[in-house]
Ligand binder design. Structure first.
Ligand SMILES: Nc1ncnc2c1ncn2[C@@H]1O[C@H](COP(=O)(O)OP(=O)(O)O)[C@@H](O)[C@H]1O
Ligand SMILES: [Mg+2]
Length: 237
């Protein structure tokens, strides 16, 4: 998509021109309703470029999940603007936000959120199929790299936590989204499974050219990404 006004434009593939900035969070504020409500996010600004990997850290309750939810169009912000792939989220209605998550932005949460009545193979292809972007060769490659080739006929309840999260990551990347938002994706896994899943996720986003915005507690993981931002007192440091 050709879009003016955000960042410098760079040529891609020799033909098409695309802006490098994929996610632009500008002066965003968010307060949840309720008694004694205080702003969770105050004037948060940051950008994430195409293909870039950025770690988001911060104390528990500092607003990391809130920022990811807002970026995915899962909740509304009070002030400022979030622009994803040239589209201002404030301009979208529910249908537009659903289309954004179908076509551009994938999310992986701490809870695996697989569909229990579908097999591994059906879960893996679900989102890409909905988006009309099922690429069987890519899906097969993902399945193999995620170590799921022998598990495709199983149902989620017969998988370990690490296996379930690998399915969730494969499902998220099957449609080659421009952006993957991952909120402590290994928070429910033990240390060994966590390391293996994160390694796979980093390899696969690099392979697919997907940008990654990853909430993590691990300084070690944060150091492996292109950039690291820290949320504190409702602001990004
Ligand atoms: N849906 C909600 N309604 C009211 N308060 C919320 C809601 N979600 C989060 N909060 C509050 O907003 C603050 C930030 O939460 P969150 O974004 O989940 O932080 P983090 O992910 O960094 O732990 C916390 O004080 C939390 O209690
Ligand atoms: Mg959180």
């Amino acid at each position: 998509m050709l879009c003016f006004g955000i960042g410098r434009q760079i040529p891609r593939g020799g033909q098409e021109w695309q802006v490098p900035v994929l996610l632009d969070i500008r002066n965003v504020t968010k307060t949840y309703d309720g008694a004694n409500a205080r702003p969770v996010l105050r004037d948060v600004s940051m950008t994430l470029n195409r293909g870039q990997t950025v770690a988001l850290t911060g104390e528990s309750g500092s607003g990391k999940s809130t920022l990811l939810h807002l970026s995915a169009g899962l909740d509304a912000f009070d002030g400022g603007e979030i622009t994803v792939d040239g589209t201002a989220l404030s301009s979208l209605d529910d249908t537009g936000r659903a289309a954004l998550r179908r076509d551009t932005v994938a999310v992986v949460f701490q809870q695996f959120n697989l569909i229990p009545s579908l097999t591994v193979a059906q879960n893996l292809s679900f989102h890409a199929r909905m988006a009309g972007r099922l690429d069987t060769a890519w899906l097969q490659e993902l399945t193999g790299r995620l170590g799921l080739a022998d598990l495709t006929d199983r149902y989620p309840e017969h998988l370990s936590g690490g296996q379930q999260q690998r399915v969730a990551i494969g499902r998220a990347l099957a449609g080659r989204p421009a952006l993957l938002l991952a909120d402590e994706p290994t928070g429910n896994l033990d240390e060994t499974a966590s390391g293996a899943v994160l390694d796979l996720m980093l390899d696969l986003v690099a392979l697919s050219g997907t940008a990654l915005f990853l909430v993590t507690h691990s300084r070690q993981i944060a150091d492996r990404l292109d950039r690291h931002v820290h949320l504190s007192g409702g602001k990004i440091a």
